[in-house]
Design a protein around this ligand. Structure first.
Ligand SMILES: Cc1ncc(COP(=O)(O)O)c(C=O)c1O
Length: 363
């Protein structure tokens, strides 16, 4: 019997592939703000088709920077998809604004334009739409809504590099889009993130503020026009990301095959997959199913763990988390249901999905 642990995720990056670039970085001594940074920015821009990319240390710092740039703070409200990683709301909370947590569709796991519209108030200063688990279904409708109300739309695309809707890539749909290069994402930099936008003034703000408020000048020293932060991605992280961006299409193709295998096998037992709208394409960053009502999701996770298979919940219902529940008391039934009844299955190139399915069948 195969007793090797099946991990939930394995980044698709090998040490041998990055070593030549690491050697170049070490011999040049340039570990920050160098050519790998520039190249990765350019490659991302080409992949997405947007005008401007700013690299950051994570999706969290990318989201925070977007809100800060939009001058969001005390007294403001930000509408947020409730089914997400807590970071999406934490950044709003940190700036003193109120996160208004919008329930999601039980099919796509995303918030819908009609639900968002009901919650728009005079205090709404931004909308954060989350591409849950990589799925951008519905973001274009929300983009239309945001234009109608003249409220800036930030797409939390932490999970959705390479996804698209209506043949437009994530990163080129919303006013601002934030990506993550955390190890569970399709591009793994260890940690890392990026902001995509078509607004030149905003890009200039990020260039200045995410690098201490300093600008290159004609003299020997940068010109510090203002105060700022340091949210820069390093050269090592950029080199790692560059290697993977060329392989992104293959990676999505292999994830899709894994998804189709799980879907065919698990639908037979009442497991339901996350639905992707016809006009949308997901990158299958996380492959999650709703567990049939007759079974306990937690029991399934523990059973699989006992059989050396790592799984986890789809993601969180932010409004149900201790801090947000005690402070705001939103009652988002669908997102709570998804948090308690979804399971994310192992998905990476070469994963033994037959063993995963066979083990589920045994329970
Ligand atoms: C939807 C979503 N937003 C934001 C984040 C935060 O990303 P990072 O770890 O790069 O800060 C995550 C992380 O998993 C996420 O899933």
């Amino acid at each position: 019997m195969n007793t090797e642990t099946i991990r939930l995720i394995r980044p698709s990056i090998n040490l041998v592939d990055v070593l030549p670039d690491f050697e170049k970085i070490f011999s040049s001594g340039i570990f920050s703000s160098g050519k790998y940074n520039q190249e990765f920015q350019l490659k991302l821009k080409q992949l997405i088709g947007s005008n401007h990319i700013s690299l950051t240390t994570s999706a969290t710092t990318a989201l925070w920077s977007c809100l800060k740039m939009l001058n969001i703070g005390k007294g403001d409200e930000v509408l947020i998809s409730d089914f997400s990683f807590p970071a999406t709301a934490n950044v709003v909370e940190d700036l003193g604004a109120k996160p208004v947590l919008v329930d999601v569709s039980p099919d796509t796991f995303n918030s819908e334009a009609s639900e968002i519209e009901k919650l728009i108030s005079n205090n709404t200063k931004a909308i954060i739409f989350v591409d849950a688990l990589g799925n951008p279904s519905g973001v274009s409708k929300v983009s239309k809504l945001s234009k109608h109300y003249k409220i800036p739309l930030i797409e939390d695309a932490a999970c959705s590099i390479g996804s698209s809707e209506n043949n437009i890539n994530c990163g080129n749909i919303a006013d601002l889009t934030c990506f993550s290069f955390h190890p569970r994402k399709l591009i793994c930099a260890g940690e890392g993130g990026a902001i995509s936008t078509n607004n030149k003034n905003w890009k200039e703000w990020f260039d200045l503020k995410l690098a201490h408020g300093g600008k290159k000048s004609d003299g020997h020293f940068p010109e510090f026009e203002t105060f700022g932060y340091n949210f820069r991605l390093s050269e090592i992280q950029s080199a790692m990301s560059l290697i993977q961006i060329d392989n992104l299409k293959n990676l999505i193709k292999s994830r899709k095959e894994i998804f189709n295998f799980y879907k065919i096998e698990l639908n037979k037992f009442g497991f339901e997959e996350q639905k992707i709208n016809k006009n949308a394409k997901t990158n299958y960053q996380t492959i999650a199913f709703k567990v049939p009502k007759i079974k306990s999701r937690d029991q399934l996770i523990y059973f699989l763990k006992d059989h050396k298979i790592e799984t986890t919940l789809g993601t969180y219902s932010i409004s149900s988390l201790k801090y947000y529940n005690s402070k705001y008391k939103f009652n988002n039934i669908n997102s709570r249901y998804l948090m308690n009844n979804s399971i994310a299955l192992p998905c990476y190139e070469g994963v033994d999905c037959e063993r995963v399915v066979d083990t589920i069948k045994r329970l």
